[in-house]
Design a protein around this ligand. Structure first.
Ligand SMILES: Cc1cc2nc3c(=O)[nH]c(=O)nc-3n(C[C@H](O)[C@H](O)[C@H](O)COP(=O)(O)OP(=O)(O)OC[C@H]3O[C@@H](n4cnc5c(N)ncnc54)[C@H](O)[C@@H]3O)c2cc1C
Length: 455
């Protein structure tokens, strides 16, 4: 088949990246087949394992806008313009994310967003969605792939030309590329922390006056954080007026998941460390015992493509820890950049993939590093007065000199400045501020010295 004829694309994985990429490609006139290992959530409900809700911000919204889905998605989000910090005594402090009150991150249901994307993809006649199809092997030389199906317990082998691996952190496509390539570098590193999700139900179910926060047990317009130094709990609001709490704790040690061995240990630990949350969690012991503890992985690999045959996108190429709320936003941004590369270079798929990877790799490396750093900031620094003063100073500088100074959080969450550029700019800003600070201090000392030596 000539390159010009190759308009049939196979996507493995119908998560956020796979579903959105299918929409982009369908709009570009390509025939797309998406293979997903899980059952169809439109029929069977959502059975995906990871977080119940996600923070959607500027980069994700920009990509959704390109395929005309912003309004549908934003109709179903809860805006969070700042963090609500819960002290160990239950004292609350609201920290706005930005000097601009219109800047907010948005809590969105993973399942709801997934349904919107899948329905939008399915509405294109040139998109075929095949669920219960787990990719188990790809023969790149013969351009064929094998899929296992649990319902019929059989295996299907189909022809594939151009494969996009959007199958997440533990990508089967990546594994198949490794088996077929000489020098694919791969590194996965786990945090010593894991995560477990718990629930704060609507106000009426936990004895809070439903009139206080519109049916929620706490203020829904904030990302709640219980920072405890070394570990933390966060909570994001859901449309049904509940909150999903996520404990990010070490697996082992005195504040680790493994330290809670008996039923009685669970409320005792929460009373000691998150006392104001306990009355809001009537199913705490049950949830803690029955909800799984997930691990947190960062994946680096290179190259992301195999000639003109296969490309990795989203978590399959660069899984990151969730502390900047950027994994999905970054995966959506991947789709937007890949779409631009297709517009410029298709049907030369080798050039499309090469250009995409070259543009994205420095940026995804940068956000991987910043996400790890933000964990330390969230759990160790958000409670400190110095941190709050620094944030306020940064926001004041942004208000005074918007062209010159933009806090890093704003560049990551409220702009589409490439991640690597944002990281470099933040480092320069920080050096300049330090220099100005020392200069002012020295000037002040000289003035005081002069005043004291006056006769
Ligand atoms: C606790 C937690 C909280 C998070 N919070 C945020 C947040 O607030 N904001 C944010 O932007 N990101 C967040 N993330 C990150 C976000 O979930 C991921 O970055 C995002 O889901 C990546 O999308 P993806 O489509 O690349 O991969 P995935 O979401 O992993 O989707 C991959 C899809 O491929 C399918 N698949 C896998 N293997 C195969 C196979 N062999 N054959 C066929 N199909 C297969 C899977 O079933 C899945 O549907 C969070 C992650 C975690 C763990």
């Amino acid at each position: 088949m000539s390159m010009a004829e190759r308009r049939r694309i196979t996507i493995i994985g119908a998560g956020p990246a796979g579903a959105l990429m299918a929409i982009y490609l369908a709009r570009g006139g390509y025939d797309v087949t998406v293979y997903e290992r899980l059952p169809d959530p439109r029929i069977h409900g959502f059975t995906g394992g990871r977080s119940i809700n996600l923070a959607l911000s500027a980069r994700g919204i920009a990509a959704l806008a390109e395929v005309g889905l912003t309004q549908r998605v934003l109709e179903n989000v809860i805006p969070m313009p700042g963090r609500m910090i819960h002290s160990p005594t239950g004292h609350l402090t609201f920290q706005p994310y930005s000097a601009n009150p219109n800047d907010r991150i948005n809590s969105v249901s993973r399942a709801g967003l997934s349904l919107i994307l899948l329905e939008a993809a399915a509405s294109h006649p040139n998109v075929k969605l095949l669920f219960d199809h787990r990719c188990v092997a790809i023969d790149f030389k013969k351009s064929s792939a094998a899929f296992a199906r649990s319902a019929s317990k059989d295996q299907a082998t189909v022809d594939v030309d151009t494969v996009i691996g959007a199958d997440g952190a533990f990508s089967a496509v990546r594994l198949q590329m490794m088996l077929n390539m000489d020098r694919l570098e791969y590194n996965q590193s786990y945090l010593e922390h894991g995560y477990k999700e718990l629930t704060i139900p609507p106000a009426a179910q936990c004895g809070v006056d439903p009139g206080r926060f519109g049916g929620f047990a706490m203020n829904p317009n904030a990302l709640h954080i219980w920072p405890r130094g070394g570990y933390m709990m966060i909570a994001l609001p859901n449309q049904d007026r509940s909150f999903t709490c996520t404990c990010f704790w070490p697996f082992a040690g005195p504040t680790g998941f493994e330290s809670l061995k008996t039923d009685a240990d669970i409320p005792r630990f929460f009373e000691a460390h998150f006392p104001d949350a306990v009355p809001l969690m009537p199913t705490l012991v049950h949830d803690f015992k029955h909800n799984p503890t997930g691990s947190l992985v960062t994946v680096h690999c290179w190259p992301w493509h195999l000639s003109d045959k296969a490309l990795l996108v989203g978590d399959a190429a660069h899984a990151i820890v969730p502390f900047y709320g950027q994994g999905m936003n970054c995966a959506f941004e991947d789709c937007s950049v890949l779409n631009q590369c297709i517009s410029q270079h298709a049907p030369d798929w080798g050039s499309v993939f090469k250009e995409f990877a070259a543009q994205r790799k420095p940026n995804t490396d940068a956000i991987a590093e910043m996400a790890l750093h933000n964990f330390i900031e969230m759990r160790d620094h958000t409670a400190s007065r110095v941190f709050r003063m620094k944030k306020k100073f940064g926001q004041a500088m942004h208000r005074l000199f918007p062209q010159w100074f933009m806090p890093l959080y704003n560049m990551i969450s409220f702009s589409t400045i490439p991640y690597a550029q944002a990281q470099r700019r933040a480092a320069t800003q920080s050096r300049t501020l330090k220099f100005v600070g020392w200069f002012l201090l020295a000037a002040f000392a000289i003035v005081i010295g002069l005043v004291l030596t006056l006769p």
